[in-house]
Design a protein around this ligand. Structure first.
Ligand code: SF4
Ligand code: SF4
Length: 97
Protein backbone atom coordinates (compact mmCIF):
# COMPACT_ATOMS: atom_id res chain seq x y z
CA UNK A 1 0.00 0.00 0.00
CA UNK A 2 1.25 3.48 -0.92
CA UNK A 3 1.16 5.57 2.26
CA UNK A 4 2.67 8.63 0.65
CA UNK A 5 -0.34 10.59 -0.55
CA UNK A 6 -2.79 13.49 -0.45
CA UNK A 7 -6.43 12.42 -0.45
CA UNK A 8 -10.02 13.66 -0.14
CA UNK A 9 -11.93 12.89 3.03
CA UNK A 10 -15.67 12.63 3.71
CA UNK A 11 -16.12 16.41 4.15
CA UNK A 12 -15.83 17.12 0.42
CA UNK A 13 -18.81 18.92 -1.17
CA UNK A 14 -17.46 18.96 -4.73
CA UNK A 15 -16.94 22.74 -4.93
CA UNK A 16 -13.88 22.30 -7.20
CA UNK A 17 -11.69 24.91 -5.49
CA UNK A 18 -8.96 22.28 -5.37
CA UNK A 19 -9.25 21.61 -9.09
CA UNK A 20 -9.15 25.30 -9.97
CA UNK A 21 -6.03 25.89 -7.87
CA UNK A 22 -4.10 22.71 -8.60
CA UNK A 23 -1.02 22.97 -10.83
CA UNK A 24 -1.95 19.53 -12.22
CA UNK A 25 -5.65 19.88 -13.00
CA UNK A 26 -5.87 16.23 -14.02
CA UNK A 27 -4.86 15.21 -10.48
CA UNK A 28 -8.41 16.04 -9.37
CA UNK A 29 -11.16 13.65 -10.40
CA UNK A 30 -14.77 14.81 -10.01
CA UNK A 31 -17.51 12.22 -9.58
CA UNK A 32 -20.84 11.64 -7.92
CA UNK A 33 -21.54 9.05 -5.28
CA UNK A 34 -25.13 8.52 -4.16
CA UNK A 35 -25.99 11.86 -5.75
CA UNK A 36 -23.28 13.71 -3.83
CA UNK A 37 -20.49 15.50 -5.71
CA UNK A 38 -16.93 14.80 -4.67
CA UNK A 39 -13.44 15.45 -6.04
CA UNK A 40 -10.85 12.76 -5.39
CA UNK A 41 -7.11 12.86 -5.93
CA UNK A 42 -5.50 10.79 -8.67
CA UNK A 43 -2.32 9.74 -6.91
CA UNK A 44 -0.54 9.01 -10.18
CA UNK A 45 -0.90 12.68 -11.24
CA UNK A 46 -0.63 14.48 -7.86
CA UNK A 47 2.79 16.07 -7.24
CA UNK A 48 1.97 16.62 -3.52
CA UNK A 49 2.50 20.36 -3.64
CA UNK A 50 -0.02 20.91 -0.83
CA UNK A 51 -1.89 23.72 -2.56
CA UNK A 52 -5.28 22.02 -2.20
CA UNK A 53 -4.76 21.69 1.55
CA UNK A 54 -4.77 25.47 1.87
CA UNK A 55 -7.46 26.35 -0.67
CA UNK A 56 -10.08 23.83 0.47
CA UNK A 57 -12.40 25.72 2.80
CA UNK A 58 -14.13 22.52 3.92
CA UNK A 59 -11.07 20.86 5.40
CA UNK A 60 -11.72 18.03 2.97
CA UNK A 61 -8.19 17.51 1.69
CA UNK A 62 -6.03 15.38 3.91
CA UNK A 63 -2.66 13.63 3.76
CA UNK A 64 -0.94 10.61 5.10
CA UNK A 65 1.36 11.82 7.83
CA UNK A 66 4.66 10.49 6.51
CA UNK A 67 8.01 12.32 6.52
CA UNK A 68 8.02 12.27 2.69
CA UNK A 69 4.70 14.13 2.47
CA UNK A 70 5.75 16.47 5.28
CA UNK A 71 8.91 17.49 3.42
CA UNK A 72 7.10 18.05 0.15
CA UNK A 73 4.34 20.17 1.65
CA UNK A 74 6.51 22.14 4.06
CA UNK A 75 8.86 23.00 1.19
CA UNK A 76 5.83 24.51 -0.57
CA UNK A 77 5.06 26.69 2.46
CA UNK A 78 2.11 24.69 3.79
CA UNK A 79 3.75 23.86 7.09
CA UNK A 80 1.43 25.76 9.46
CA UNK A 81 -1.49 23.38 8.94
CA UNK A 82 0.76 20.39 9.39
CA UNK A 83 2.05 21.64 12.70
CA UNK A 84 -1.48 21.45 14.07
CA UNK A 85 -1.10 17.68 13.91
CA UNK A 86 0.48 16.20 17.03
CA UNK A 87 2.39 13.55 15.08
CA UNK A 88 4.01 16.13 12.79
CA UNK A 89 4.76 18.43 15.68
CA UNK A 90 6.43 15.55 17.51
CA UNK A 91 8.62 14.86 14.50
CA UNK A 92 9.78 18.48 14.51
CA UNK A 93 10.52 18.46 18.23
CA UNK A 94 12.54 15.30 17.81
CA UNK A 95 14.58 16.95 15.09
CA UNK A 96 13.55 14.42 12.48
CA UNK A 97 12.39 17.08 10.05
S1 SF4 B 1 -11.68 18.71 -1.67
FE1 SF4 B 1 -12.33 20.72 -0.84
S2 SF4 B 1 -11.90 22.19 -2.49
FE2 SF4 B 1 -11.93 20.14 -3.41
S3 SF4 B 1 -14.02 19.86 -4.14
FE3 SF4 B 1 -13.89 18.94 -2.08
S4 SF4 B 1 -14.57 20.57 -0.70
FE4 SF4 B 1 -14.07 21.56 -2.66
S1 SF4 C 1 -1.32 18.28 -3.61
FE1 SF4 C 1 -0.99 19.73 -5.31
S2 SF4 C 1 -0.87 18.44 -7.14
FE2 SF4 C 1 -1.82 17.19 -5.55
S3 SF4 C 1 -4.01 17.48 -5.84
FE3 SF4 C 1 -3.35 18.97 -4.29
S4 SF4 C 1 -2.93 20.85 -5.44
FE4 SF4 C 1 -3.00 19.14 -6.92
Amino acid sequence: MDTNKIFTNEKCIGCNRCTLNCPCVEANVAHKKDGVKKVDVDESKCIKCGKCLSVCTHDARDYTDTPAVFFLISRAGKISRLLLRPQSAAMCQNGRV
